[in-house]
Write a protein that binds this ligand. Structure first.
Ligand code: AMP
Length: 136
């Protein structure tokens, strides 16, 4: 199977603007900066996405994402931060190696627009909740 681009970065085959590294986690700037400081945090071991990474390793990735978000507020002058991870193509995942986007938010024109429209008309919320709760 061909290595994904993030495995290549971990193995030093592709360069990156590294922000943080330890034994398990790597963080670097996203090559397409949707806002200034847009970062990606990944586990060094390959997992396809957030839904398939073991909890302990997921926590290590999220710890680093939290720290980078805090730094964006403290040092970059961001007024907010979006922490985002896409799972599977249907949700916009293009690189099949678990990664967390840390997207600092500033005033004014930005390359990132998040819109959540209320689409609940006709949905049976008690039935949906019952279905999901079965497996939790
Ligand atoms: P997603 O759509 O959630 O899978 O996001 C994948 C992200 O990886 C995109 O925002 C890309 O800009 C970013 N990306 C792809 N290749 C590289 C690379 N070589 N270095 C840094 N970021 C990359």
């Amino acid at each position: 199977m061909e290595k994904d681009v993030f495995c290549k970065i971990i193995d030093g085959e592709i360069p990156c603007y590294k922000l943080y590294e330890d034994a398990d986690v790597l963080a670097f700037l996203d090559i397409s900066q949707v806002t200034k400081g847009h970062a990606l945090v990944i586990p060094k071991k390959h997992y396809d996405n957030f839904l398939s990474i073991p909890q302990e390793e997921m926590h290590k990735v999220m710890d680093v994402a939290q720290r980078i978000g805090q730094v964006a507020i403290k040092l970059l002058g961001a007024r907010g931060v979006n922490i985002l991870t896409n799972c599977y193509e249907a949700a916009g995942q293009t690189v099949k190696h678990f990664h967390v986007h840390v997207i600092p938010r500033y005033e004014g024109n930005e390359g990132f627009i998040l819109e959540m429209k209320n689409n609940s008309e006709g949905l049976n919320l008690p039935a949906i909740a019952k279905e999901i709760k079965k497996e939790l």
